[in-house]
Design a protein around this ligand. Structure first.
Ligand code: SF4
Ligand code: SF4
Length: 178
């Protein structure tokens, strides 16, 4: 049974003398390589001189995560665990805690994440956590994951993930300029 119409019949006819000496095929390959080399010499290399130059990212690029705050600066995360459930890499760990009286200015909901961690070594930046979150509490930014030789560096704790007041202002300014 054929699943697609893309199959091509294999040509099993005997090779001609020209095909058997291979030289024309090798010269054809060299011609293509030289063509690219000449283009690179005269038009400039198509490589980016990183880190001096940075090429623009795709609009759908997903980088490091941020834990969001509301307009009053309170943590939005309610430690429901949906992001951890949706995560195919099991990269998210959290511990919930009850909001106490007097902490209303810190946490938006009655429950909050006392501990929230993402293991970036496991993360595949799929964005499922962002999609699963009902509180708009987590999103993936355009920041590229920095490199390190230490494994501990890649365990991002709540303090590393929580958006700062400056980042909120920056984001607002960006939205105004759009
Ligand atoms: S981006 Fe994907 S892999 Fe990474 S923490 Fe979110 S759900 Fe998990
Ligand atoms: S980030 Fe969103 S989905 Fe994850 S625990 Fe917090 S509120 Fe729930």
């Amino acid at each position: 049974m054929q699943l697609t119409n893309r199959s091509v019949a294999v040509d099993r006819s005997p090779m001609t003398l020209r095909e058997r000496i291979y030289l024309p095929a090798v010269l054809g390959g060299l011609k293509i390589t030289l063509g690219h080399a000449v283009k690179t010499i005269f038009k400039g290399a198509p490589t980016t001189n990183y880190p001096k130059e940075k090429r623009p990212f795709s609009p759908v690029f997903r980088g490091l995560h941020i834990l969001n705050r509301d307009e009053e600066g309170r943590e939005r995360c309610t430690a429901c665990g949906l992001c951890a459930l949706a995560c195919p890499a099991e990269a998210i760990t959290m511990e919930a805690a009850e909001r106490k009286k007097g902490e209303e200015h810190l946490y938006r909901e009655e429950k909050y994440a006392a501990r929230y961690e993402i293991n970036m070594l496991r993360c595949i930046f799929c964005g499922y956590c962002e999609e699963a979150c009902p509180k708009d509490a987590i999103y993936l930014t355009e920041t590229v994951m920095p490199a390190s030789y230490k494994r501990d560096f890649f365990i991002y704790k709540k303090e590393d993930l929580l958006i700062t007041r400056e980042q909120i202002d920056e984001r607002k300014a960006k939205q105004q300029h759009r």
